[in-house]
Ligand binder design. Structure first.
Ligand SMILES: Nc1ncnc2c1ncn2[C@@H]1O[C@H](COP(=O)(O)OP(=O)(O)OP(=O)(O)O)[C@@H](O)[C@H]1O
Ligand SMILES: [Mg+2]
Length: 459
């Protein structure tokens, strides 16, 4: 059953239930009031009748007086029953059937609704008492014709009204629900088209009411689509980048091998070149594996206390040897700081940052390292006086395979554009953060913050 039908049914049933409840209440109240009126009449008439009732010493009633009794209502039926359960008086005379045969047994005044001579009656039964005891019973009855027709009319009106309002309610509810759910149908249709066409760039238009639940659902769905689209694009770019990075060394290797085959002997230069390319491929594959593990949070970390100052000094010496005279590499400030982490990975972060700084800073520039403590974290900065990173590149430099425009041209065939992504993910896996500020033409500063301790789950 569709949601539309279900909601309409629910709404109509609820309304029907409420109407039934109120209808029964009105019906009950009206019948109570009407019956009360009838009872008051019967009570009055029976009292008036008893007032003129005379019994002689033999227990006989003076029927002349009874016959002359004036009633306000000609529809009333009077009966007097003797103690022997014999009818002693009836008015009209033809009414011989007992008005309420059950009342004999009770012996106290009571009202009852009965059937007598084919009529629906309300009857009051009053025991007749003299000083000598009970002498019989008076029963006064009145046909409930008016009462019955009134209640029947009321019931008909209530039922018709209930059915009519349920019908109207169902139609209105159907319309309203239809209108409310219409955008959902459109959304479903468009979502199906998107799936069929494999086109993640399409979005479902948010209807005129974006604040409704459906509007919010569509917005959330669109956000999911955007996320999926960007993930797929990243994936696609990644495959393209990897293929590209793999192709270049493979082409070189193939070229060198062909050359050696042609000349028919092993050439040392070719072997060197092949070895270099194989090293490069190995590095690429290693980096990719590391990145894949780090990005999925499954990077195996050998967590131990690490003296960051020692690590920083190691990196300093290592890079200074490599950089030679090109740039001035200096340490500005170095505190004794220990954090819990994976020593090799953290060293790799520093190596990546410092080698970038040395690599991208032109000859004569300065690269400055510092290590200090804040209240809860170690703070490492690597700043250079290089060309800076253009604002266009800045938001992307931590992405896989992203290389700045200039670096691509100048250092073609060297870097992969993976160094900063690896640094970023290693730091993330240590619950730290890495940030960059850069001014074009003035230099770049990377700041790494690392918590002293790792949360319990990590260690
Ligand atoms: N200190 C810096 N100064 C200027 N640009 C930088 C600096 N560090 C990084 N960049 C820019 O960020 C890009 C990404 O750096 P990343 O270290 O990820 O890759 P890479 O150095 O090009 O290659 P890889 O590190 O994989 O050998 C670089 O190509 C460069 O454009
Ligand atoms: Mg690098």
């Amino acid at each position: 059953m569709s949601l539309r039908v279900r909601l309409t049914l629910l709404y109509t049933t609820l309304l029907g239930g409420t109407l039934l409840l109120f209808g029964s209440l009105v019906y009950g109240l009206v019948s109570l009031v009407l019956l009360n009126q009838v009872d008051t009449l019967l009570d009055q008439q029976s009292s008036n009748f008893i007032r003129i009732l005379r019994v002689d010493s033999s227990g006989q009633y003076d029927t002349r007086q009874l016959d002359s009794f004036q009633t306000t209502d000609n529809n009333l039926v009077f009966q007097i029953w003797g103690t022997n359960r014999k009818l002693q008086f009836a008015r009209p005379r033809s009414w011989e059937a007992p008005l309420d045969p059950l009342a004999y047994q009770v012996g106290v005044a009571m009202y009852n609704t009965t059937f007598s001579q084919g009529s629906h009656m309300r009857v009051i039964s009053v025991p007749l008492l003299t000083q000598r005891g009970g002498v019989g019973m008076l029963q006064v009855g009145v046909a409930l014709t008016l009462f019955d027709t009134t209640l029947q009319a009321l019931a008909t009106v209530l039922v018709v009204l209930a059915i009519l309002s349920m019908f109207i309610a169902a139609s209105i509810a159907g319309l309203v629900i239809n209108r409310a759910l219409a955008p959902l149908a459109t959304a479903t249709q468009i979502a199906t088209t998107i799936t069929k066409a494999d086109d993640l760039s399409r979005r479902i238009p948010v209807s005129e009411a974006p604040d409704t639940e459906i509007g919010q659902l569509i917005q959330a769905f669109n956000a999911t689509l955007s996320r999926l689209e960007s993930l797929f694009n990243t994936q696609r770019r990644f495959v393209a980048d990897v293929s590209h990075e793999l192709r270049t060394p493979l082409t070189v290797i193939k070229g060198e091998v062909s050359l050696m085959r042609k000349i028919g002997e092993i050439d040392i230069d070719s072997l060197d070149s092949i070895e270099m390319e194989v090293d490069r491929l190995t590095r690429l594959v290693g980096n990719l594996l590391l990145l894949a593990q780090a990005e999925s949070g499954r990077l195996p970390l050998d967590l131990k206390p690490v003296e960051l100052d020692t690590v920083l000094l190691e990196v300093f010496h290592q890079i200074r040897t490599l950089a030679g005279e090109k740039v001035i590499l200096q340490i500005n400030e170095i505190d004794q700081v220990a954090v819990v982490g994976d020593r090799d990975r953290l060293k790799q972060v520093l190596l990546n940052l410092v080698s970038n700084a040395v690599q991208y800073t032109p000859a004569g520039g300065t690269v400055t390292l510092s290590l200090s403590k804040t209240e809860e974290r170690a703070r490492i900065t690597v700043s250079d006086t290089g060309p800076g990173i253009p604002p266009n590149d800045l938001p992307h430099i931590f992405e896989r395979f992203y290389r700045g425009e200039k670096s691509r041209v100048r250092t073609q065939g060297t870097g992969f554009g993976l160094g900063l992504s690896i640094a970023y993910w290693i730091v993330r896996n240590h619950n730290g953060s890495i940030d960059v500020t850069s001014l074009e033409g003035q230099g770049t500063t990377f700041i790494v913050l690392l918590p002293f301790k790792q949360p319990q789950a990590q260690s």
